[in-house]
Write a protein that binds this ligand. Structure first.
Ligand SMILES: Cc1cc2nc3c(=O)[nH]c(=O)nc-3n(C[C@H](O)[C@H](O)[C@H](O)COP(=O)(O)OP(=O)(O)OC[C@H]3O[C@@H](n4cnc5c(N)ncnc54)[C@H](O)[C@@H]3O)c2cc1C
Length: 446
């Protein structure tokens, strides 16, 4: 455990990004304190503050790789406990415009743990670090700054048990991972800084999820872990039907006001309207475990801290607090993991992290997933946002690549590596890939 950078780092928010931040900070600070308003210890199901925990959470391939690096044996431990684990290219059936891209071994590992289990296992690993402590059931009220506002010294908090009593938790470094509702933009304004620039892509998304028991011994999807009809401009209704450790689940997605219903009949009718009839066939006779639950997601938001001319020392931002991605692309947790590596690089220099350099590097790792998901959303004519030439070219090219991948395993592999955030998007623009897209060999077996 480290102590080269200071006595204490405080992490605001103890969800996925906060836990991963704590993991890397533990090597550089004598003590790391994680603060969250929820009850965390022993939480196994969806938490109150994380309503998205009811919905299927895919961990992309790069996220799985990073978790295994930060927590050796992480995937094996889950697999040993019965969590479905398979190859991204063979265990998942990906459909675009109703057509499945060719299955192929990618060597990329899919872990279908579901959100609450994944989070609780990460929490257990972080909890085992002797210099990390958690203050739960505690509201974060604000930052503590020096008189001139140029340095953050800690956070003001209030434990639920001590109603009315504010406390100051002092810190050499504060990392905000409080998610999409992060109040750092407002707190900075109160300290005299300009409002951080935000980019928004408004798609008015609704997620509705239902969990199912399956009548045993029926396994509706054979060896598959999930069927994924992805929403496209031609067929904007999407879904994930997944096998999880203890159940099956269907998450339906609708955009621009198309809201998958929460009443059981309406939900099934929506499932039936999907371009992949296997999902309806799988669940029509299955027993729902509860009524479907909805989550409304108005817009993706990217906060451009790297563009701020001034920023106080001692404060960083990470995870959804920095950038909230449209969840249909499954990027949020994996980007948080990639950002944890950026944080790690900045605390491993031996000097306190410099916010402006940190945010510049953070922005570089956010660029690709943001361009991919925000760009794809802008392919839907009603989605509001800026359509640059790059966005329009991408939206002309990627559907052609997906169509050609129906018969071309090389293209499936290239696409899944980029969508899994393992390879950069430029890999899809290499001449050998472009030529297969422009001159597809329909029906070939390669
Ligand atoms: C419907 C839906 C489906 C999704 N599916 C996927 C998916 O398939 N794959 C994927 O990778 N991602 C998915 N995501 C995104 C994913 O949930 C987030 O990216 C992920 O949780 C990381 O977020 P975070 O840790 O930054 O913030 P959050 O998970 O939002 O956590 C913030 C934490 O801060 C705490 N907090 C906030 N404010 C305060 C306060 N004032 N005082 C005290 N505590 C506070 C909260 O209690 C919470 O624990 C999905 C999101 C949604 C909405």
């Amino acid at each position: 455990m480290g102590n080269q950078l200071g006595d204490r780092a405080v992490v605001l928010g103890g969800s996925i990004a906060g836990l991963l931040a704590a993991r890397v900070l533990a090597e550089a600070y004598r003590e790391v304190v994680v603060i969250d308003r929820d009850s965390l210890a022993g939480a196994v199901g969806p938490r109150r503050a994380i309503p998205q925990g009811y919905h299927i959470h895919a961990l992309l391939a790069r996220g799985q790789q990073i978790l295994d690096d930060l927590f050796p044996g992480f995937t094996k431990e889950l697999a040993d406990d019965g969590v479905p684990v398979g190859d991204f290219g063979t265990s998942l059936s990906w459909y675009f415009d109703g057509r499945m891209i060719k299955k192929t071994e990618t060597g990329l590992v899919c872990v279908a743990a579901g959100r609450p289990l994944l989070e609780s296992r990460i929490r257990a690993r972080v909890g085992a670090l002797t210099n990390v402590t958690t203050i739960e059931q505690c509201d974060i009220l604000g930052l503590v700054a020096s008189g001139d506002g140029r340095r953050i010294h800690g956070a003001r908090v209030q434990r639920h048990a001590d109603s009315g009593t504010e406390e100051i938790v002092e810190a050499d470094l504060v990392v905000d991972t409080t998610g999409r509702g992060s109040r750092t933009p407002r707190w900075l304004e109160e300290l005299g800084y300009p409002r951080v620039d935000e980019e928004r892509v408004k798609m008015d998304l609704t997620y509705t999820t239902c969990d199912y028991h399956m009548p045993l011994p029926v396994d509706p999807i054979g060896d598959d872990i999930a069927l994924i009809p992805v929403a496209t401009p031609a067929i904007p209704r999407g879904a994930i039907f997944a096998r999880l450790p203890d159940r099956y689940a269907v998450s339906l997605t609708g955009i621009l006001g198309d809201r998958p219903p929460t009443d059981p009949d309406g939900f099934l009718a929506y499932v039936k309207s999907l371009p992949v009839p296997e999902v309806f066939e799988s669940v029509r006779h299955a027993e729902p475990m509860s009524n479907p639950m909805s989550f409304h997601f108005p817009a993706s938001i990217r906060r451009r801290y790297e563009r701020m001319a001034r920023f106080p020392d001692g404060l960083l931002v990470m995870g959804d607090a920095a950038c909230v991605f449209n969840p249909v692309y499954g990027q949020g947790m994996t980007v948080a993991a990639i950002e944890a590596l950026v944080l790690d690089r900045h605390v491993q220099t031996g000097a306190p992290p410099q916010p402006r350099q940190y945010f510049r590097d953070l922005s570089r790792v956010i660029d690709a997933p943001w361009d991919m998901s925000a760009g794809a959303d802008l392919g839907f004519p009603g989605v509001q946002g800026r359509r640059t030439l790059k966005v329009r070219l991408g939206n002309a090219y990627i559907p052609r690549l997906q169509a050609a991948a129906v018969d071309d395993a090389t293209l499936s592999d290239a696409f899944l590596r980029v969508a899994g955030l393992v390879d950069p998007p430029q890999e899809l623009m290499r001449p050998r890939v472009i030529s297969r897209v422009l001159w597809p060999k329909t029906g070939s077996h390669r």
